[in-house]
Design a binder for this molecule. Structure first.
Ligand code: UN1
Length: 513
């Protein structure tokens, strides 16, 4: 893509002025230090944002609190109408926003556009949901009594998002939170802050056009210290955080200490099992996209392939050949499959992991390495690598956010593969490639995969928004996006109404005066 075309797209998103920062609605302010956003695509400075000071933060929370008292009284289907307008605007701006995601984060343009599509889809989902925030009715054990439950708006939702899905994960949270009557304060990753500014501009205009309080959508910028303002803040009943297990443990502890709610979506160590009954063609496509898509920087990326010994050589050779076809380069150029890693720190972690797997006795089948020269000036482009390894290796147990795929052999029955697949601390996504019904059902059974996502004949990444998204064990246990994930954004109330002139007590207790 030519630079001038990209510049035009950035203009459409109104993010070209540097020094934008903390904002509630469309008002941008802030006194903090500047955070520069460099593109991993070409190493150029895209813009700067102002980080949020404690004083700025207080203004944001005041505005959010004020907005909540109005917003919660707007009927849910009318709140849905605002989300519908937001989704429509995203449809209009899909191309420029997808380009910004691709340019600031480094994922391929197709994936950048796909990410905006996830935003559009969750808006549609939320609009429908805005008429379906159902509670249940129960039959009371007492005569002349009615019992039911209802869901009320919760308050301020704090969203801490990661660089790898710089816009979609926010929208999964915010679209649901808004229809639930909550207001949102978003701290985006300091590695992709301009994406958050672009999104804020879009929603701020919609709020303004509809004469709604600007504090319905707020953003704060900065590093973990700004995150701490939020996690320690009793005025924020729910913190939804996406990121590393290390970060999640700190967030969980801090929020639990004040008995707040947290929704955690942390690391994955996702595997695909390839059984003797697998369809090889789809297994290879699923594995390669899972491992190298987004340069291995999805929390659902495929990190481990657990292959039956009878298929091992064939899968290995086909994979090595497939990796030779991969084109690595500018992600805005649609002919490339793999873009850069987010920054040079990520490159170091990739290099360390490759070193470590060899030290532990692994065998590099596709060596990897950092690319240099024309087109790779940012220093963030790396070659996807494949290593034969053991599940017990320390490095295999660890999530490295890079395109490194570990091949692990299993023998005997599918139960052995499932044991290996479950033998990690993370529990996000998993998959089995098989055309055998018994194998598939065992994998999905209670004795099967222990992950939040378990797929058959589909890779580990690329979940649809309609299902609940999240994982077990050290992935954090939270569920976002579809199904009934909305419930965490609301407070549940049980109501019992007596329409008689007697006061019978529950459990048959007599208390006559
Ligand atoms: C993430 O990497 O944090 O399932 C989210 C997927 C995407 C979302 C990934 N729909 O790969």
């Amino acid at each position: 893509m030519e630079t001038s075309k990209l510049q035009k797209s950035l203009q459409k998103l109104n993010i070209q002025d540097v020094n934008k920062g903390t904002s509630t609605g469309s008002k941008s302010f802030g006194n903090g230090e500047l955070i520069a956003s460099y593109s991993p695509v070409d190493g150029k400075l895209i813009g700067k944002v102002i980080s949020t000071t404690k004083q700025d933060y207080e203004k944001v929370i005041e505005s959010a609190q004020k907005a909540f008292t109005t917003w919660r009284l707007v009927p849910a289907p009318q709140r849905g109408e605002i989300v519908r307008q937001f989704g429509d605007k995203l449809r209009e701006l899909k191309q420029p926003l997808g380009e910004l995601v691709s340019y600031e984060m480094g994922k391929s343009l197709q994936e950048g556009l796909g990410e905006v599509q996830e935003m559009i889809d969750i808006c549609d989902f939320a609009v429908g949901l805005s008429r379906q925030l159902h509670g249940l009715t129960m039959h009371s054990e007492r005569p002349g009594h009615r019992m039911y439950e209802q869901y009320h708006s919760l308050g301020i939702v704090g969203i801490i998002s990661a660089f790898n899905f710089p816009v979609a994960v926010w929208s999964w949270n915010t679209a649901l939170a808004w229809i639930c009557g909550d207001v949102c304060v978003w701290k985006a990753s300091e590695k992709a802050p301009l994406c958050s500014i672009a999104c804020q501009h879009i929603i701020a205009n919609i709020l303004k056009e509809n004469n709604l309080p600007e504090g319905i959508s707020c953003i704060v910028n900065g590093d973990y210290k700004v995150g701490e303002f939020m996690t320690t803040d009793k005025r924020i009943p729910l913190i939804s955080a996406t990121g590393s297990i290390k970060m999640g443990k700190i967030v969980a502890k801090t929020v639990a200490e004040r008995l707040g709610r947290s929704l955690l979506e942390l690391g994955g160590n996702n595997a695909i099992i390839i059984t003797p009954n697998a369809d090889l063609k789809i297994s290879i496509i699923g594995a390669v996209f899972g491992a190298v898509g987004t340069a291995g920087q999805r929390c659902t990326s495929t990190r481990r392939l657990i292959i039956h010994e009878s298929m091992y050589e064939q899968v290995k050779n086909t994979l090595v050949d497939a990796y030779k076809q991969l084109r690595i380069g500018n992600p805005l150029d649609e002919k490339n499959h793999v873009g850069p890693l987010i920054d040079k720190d990520a490159v170091k972690m990739y290099e360390n992991a490759l070193k470590k797997v060899v030290e532990e006795g692994g065998n590099l089948l596709v060596e990897g390495g950092v690319l240099k020269g024309e087109g790779y000036e940012s220093g963030c482009y790396v070659k996807p690598a494949i290593a034969e390894a053991k599940n017990a290796f320390e490095i295999v147990q660890h999530e490295t956010f890079a395109p490194i795929l570990y091949l692990i052999k299993y023998s005997g029955e599918v139960e052995n593969a499932i044991e290996i697949q479950n033998g990690v601390v993370q529990g996000l996504s998993s998959a089995i490639m098989t055309t055998n019904l018994r194998e598939a059902e065992k994998f999905l059974s209670v004795a099967g995969s222990d992950c939040g996502i378990a797929n058959v004949n589909i890779g580990t990444s690329g979940a649809e928004i309609g299902g609940a998204f999240g994982g077990e064990k050290e992935t954090g246990g939270g569920r976002e996006s579809g199904s009934d994930a909305w419930k965490i954004y609301m407070r549940r109330q049980t109501n019992t109404i007596n329409y008689t002139s007697n006061l019978p007590l529950a459990q048959g207790i007599k208390f006559d005066l």
